[in-house]
Design a protein around this ligand. Structure first.
Ligand code: HEC
Ligand code: HEC
Length: 326
C-alpha cells in the first residue's frame, strides 16, 4: 500500500516537473527562460512567421470574410488583379492594390506617399470601412481568444497581444517579401548582355533615353515620391492633395514600382488601365510638371519604342519569392 502511494506521489511529482519544463520551453509566460533562449535571429524569424499567420487570417475582418491576402495575393505579386479592391460586404475601395514585394526598402507607402512605416500602414486596412472594417480594440479582443497567438505574443514580444504586436508582426512578415532576382537584375549585376534578348536590351536603352528612370529609379523602379503625370485623371481621387492640401499635389500619385509588372495588371492608382502597351504610349507624353506637351513625333518610331519598352518591362519579372508560398 505504502509502495503504491509512493509510486503515485512520484508520478504526480514527475508530471509537475514535466509540466513546468514544457511551460518554460514552450510558453511565453516564463520570462526568465524562453525569451532568453531565442537568438535575435530566431526571434525575428518567428515574428515574421506570426505576421504571416496574421496576413492570411480572415478573422482580421469584421465578418471573418477577408484577410490581407484577399487583396494581396502571392501569385499576383501581392496585388489582386482587380481595378479597385473589394473589402468586407463587397464594398468597393477607391484604389488599386499595389504589390507588397520589396516594401522593406520603401521610404513611403500608399499612392499619397504620406505614410512612412509599415507598422503605421497596417492599421489603415484593418480599420478602413471599405477594407476590413475592424476597430483595433475589437480585433485585439477577438485575437486574444486564440491561445496560440496570445502565447506567441508573450514569447516573441514579451507582452500581451495588442496593437503593438499585431502591427510589428505584420511588418516583420512584409519585410521578408523580396523579389530582386529578375533577368534584368542578373544582367545589371553581371553586365552580361546575353541574359536579355535584343528587344529587352534596346528597351532598357529607350527607358533611359526617355528619362523614365528619373521617376522609376533603381533599384525598384520607383522614387517613392508623388508626381502628376500626363495620365492623371483625378475626378474621384485628388491624389496626394488629400493629405498635403497643396494645389501642386492635385492628381499627384506615388510612382509605382515596375518590378513584376507582368503580374500586377490592371495599372494606375485606380486600376483603370489593363493594357500595358497603351499605358506606356500615353504615359510617355507626360513630363514632370504634368503639363500637356505633345511633341511632334514620328509615330512609327513611337510605336516601335513603346514595344521595346514593354519587352524590357517583361524582364523585370521574378517569381522566386513564390517558393515560400507553395
Ligand atoms: C480590401 C483590400 C485590401 C485589404 C484587405 C488589404 N489591403 Fe493593403 N492595400 C490595398 C489598397 C487598395 C492599397 C493602396 C491604398 C492607397 O494607396 O491609398 C493597399 C496598400 C497597402 C500597402 C502599401 C504598399 C505600398 O507600397 O504603398 C501595404 C504595405 C499594405 N497594403 C499591406 C496590407 C496589410 C498588412 C493588410 C492586412 C492587415 C492589407 N494590406 C489589407 C488593399 C487592401
Ligand atoms: C514624372 C515621373 C514619371 C516619369 C518620368 C515616368 N513615370 Fe511612369 N509612372 C509615374 C507615376 C506617378 C505613375 C502612377 C500614375 C497613376 O497611378 O495614376 C506611373 C505609372 C507607370 C506605369 C504603370 C505602373 C502601375 O503598376 O500602375 C508604368 C508601366 C510606367 N509608369 C512606365 C513608365 C515609362 C515606360 C516611362 C518613360 C516613358 C515613365 N513611366 C515615366 C511617374 C513617372
Amino acid at each position: 500500500m505504502q509502495r503504491t502511494l509512493n509510486k503515485y506521489c512520484f508520478f504526480i511529482f514527475a508530471s509537475i516537473v514535466i509540466f513546468v519544463f514544457l511551460r518554460c520551453s514552450g510558453s511565453a509566460s516564463c520570462d526568465s527562460c524562453s525569451i532568453k533562449e531565442l537568438t535575435q535571429e530566431e526571434k525575428q524569424e518567428l515574428q515574421a512567421a506570426l505576421g504571416r499567420n496574421f496576413f492570411f487570417d480572415k478573422r482580421f475582418s469584421k465578418d471573418n470574410s477577408i484577410s490581407c491576402s484577399s487583396c494581396h495575393v502571392p501569385e499576383k505579386a501581392f496585388t489582386d488583379g482587380k481595378s479597385l479592391s473589394l473589402g468586407v460586404g463587397e464594398r468597393v475601395g477607391f484604389r488599386n492594390a499595389p504589390t507588397l514585394l520589396n516594401v522593406r526598402d520603401a521610404s513611403t507607402f500608399m499612392f499619397d506617399a504620406e505614410i512612412t512605416s509599415l507598422e503605421q500602414q497596417a492599421i489603415v486596412p484593418i480599420q478602413d470601412h471599405a477594407e476590413m472594417d475592424m476597430r483595433m480594440g475589437d480585433l485585439v479582443e477577438k485575437l486574444n481568444k486564440d491561445v496560440h497567438y496570445v502565447d506567441a505574443a508573450f514569447r516573441l514580444y514579451g507582452q500581451p497581444l495588442d496593437a503593438y504586436v499585431i502591427t510589428r508582426a505584420l511588418a516583420a512578415f512584409e519585410q521578408t517579401l523580396i523579389s530582386v532576382d529578375s533577368r534584368f537584375d542578373q544582367f545589371y549585376a553581371s553586365q552580361d548582355s546575353s541574359v536579355l534578348n535584343a528587344n529587352e536590351l534596346a528597351g532598357w536603352e529607350v527607358f533611359k533615353k526617355l528619362d523614365c528612370i528619373s521617376c522609376h529609379q533603381l533599384p525598384h523602379f520607383t522614387d517613392y515620391k508623388a508626381h502628376t503625370t500626363q495620365m492623371s485623371f483625378y475626378e474621384n481621387d485628388l491624389g496626394r492633395f488629400r493629405v498635403s492640401g497643396q494645389s501642386k499635389d492635385v492628381g499627384a500619385f506615388r510612382t509605382p514600382s515596375l518590378r513584376n509588372i507582368e503580374l500586377t495588371a490592371p495599372y494606375k492608382h485606380d486600376g483603370s488601365e489593363f493594357d500595358l502597351t497603351r499605358l506606356v504610349s500615353l504615359h510617355r507624353f507626360g513630363n514632370k510638371d504634368g503639363t500637356i506637351a505633345i511633341p511632334k513625333v514620328d509615330y512609327e518610331r513611337l510605336q516601335n519604342e513603346t514595344e521595346l519598352i514593354v519587352s524590357f518591362l517583361g524582364s523585370l519579372t521574378d517569381t522566386s519569392y513564390l517558393t515560400a508560398f507553395p
